[in-house]
Design a binder for this molecule. Structure first.
Ligand code: SF4
Ligand code: SF4
Length: 311
């Protein structure tokens, strides 16, 4: 029997960075977290496996299964060919697979130079536990892997965090199946948000020119060397959701209002701390506020214009 265990010791190690969110899911948190759009890129060498440096060690066979899952289940037409590509390295001719995701995140706050979730209270407990995002409900499972391969992220867990992976902790995964039905449901829901958000890539390919000075898709992807992610202001996501009829323009305007207030407060607090390490973040926040201010009162028009281009 192949079985892996998991118990939370409340060390808060998984609450020390930004939280990945679905683009539409992000609106549930617009009153409490500063939101951003995120593009993530993974690159895998298919011919020389030794050149891959994954955070989670996995065998060649597991990698191929995980990549097939990402292509088939985490992307959808017409975005599939943008999300998952196989090309050849000019220098060596080796085949390289690239997997791109678009999504949102709740930006972490700064505390003594390090990131922390805005919902983490001073005792290190989650102040939003009952309404925490899907990614928090899913942890330590990894939505980029199918259920049968959840042993890959789980077996590396104890070395990286305070999670209890001993046999005394409850079993979470056994012989290819997640045992906890709530965890399995959260994983499926998180995977659905990734699949849904794959459609943001073709949208951004056509619409980025409407949001100067934000970079277009090729510029963004060119700025990530191999593996990495790029954060952008969240405002274009509101136009995207409104153009697709998934939220009303009024709801988008409400979100702009809340996010502008949160960003302005974060800038004020950072200025008061006079911490030089926060300068870059403060500049980004100021740019976000400027972009949101430019969009204020214009979401309905912007969405109608973009719906015409992207249909
Ligand atoms: S919402 Fe709660 S569980 Fe999620 S990262 Fe923040 S503090 Fe941790
Ligand atoms: S890293 Fe593990 S033990 Fe620590 S809070 Fe997160 S789930 Fe719990």
């Amino acid at each position: 029997m192949n079985e892996l265990h998991f118990g939370c010791t409340r060390c808060s190690a998984c609450c020390r960075s930004s939280i990945p969110l679905g683009i539409a899911e992000a609106l549930d948190y617009d009153d409490s977290f500063l939101l951003a759009l995120v593009f993530s890129v993974e690159t895998w060498n298919l011919d020389d496996f030794s050149k891959n440096r994954p955070a989670t060690p996995l065998s060649h066979e597991e990698l191929l299964t995980a990549l097939a899952f990402r292509k088939d289940k985490l992307a959808q037409d017409p975005s599939r060919d943008m999300v998952f590509r196989v090309g050849k390295l000019k220098a060596t001719g080796e085949r390289v697979a690239t997997f791109i995701t678009a999504g949102a995140c709740a930006l972490g706050e700064r505390e003594a130079g390090a990131a922390r979730c805005a919902a983490l209270d001073p005792r290190g407990a989650c102040s939003a536990y009952e309404r925490r995002p899907l990614a928090c409900r899913v942890f330590p499972l990894d939505p980029l892997f199918p259920e049968m391969l959840q042993n890959v992220p789980l077996r590396a867990l104890g070395q990286r965090t305070g999670c209890d992976t001993s046999e005394a902790a409850p079993a979470l995964w056994r012989d290819g199946k997640i045992i906890d039905p709530d965890a399995a449901a959260a994983l499926a829901a998180r995977q659905e948000t990734i699949r849904e958000d794959s459609l943001f890539l073709p949208f951004w390919g056509l619409a980025s020119g409407n949001f100067p000075p934000l970079p277009g898709l090729s510029e963004l992807l060119g700025s990530v060397k191999g593996n990495g992610k790029v954060d952008l202001p969240f405002a274009p996501a509101l136009v995207y959701l409104a153009a697709a009829g998934r939220i009303t323009a009024q709801r988008a305007e409400e979100c702009l209002e809340r996010q502008m207030a949160l960003a302005a407060r974060a800038v004020e607090e950072a200025m008061a701390r006079k911490d030089k390490s926060e300068r870059a973040r403060t500049t980004v926040l100021r740019n976000c506020v400027a972009l949101m201010a430019g969009l204020k009162g214009r979401v309905a028009d912007a969405a109608a214009g973009l719906a015409a281009i992207t249909d």
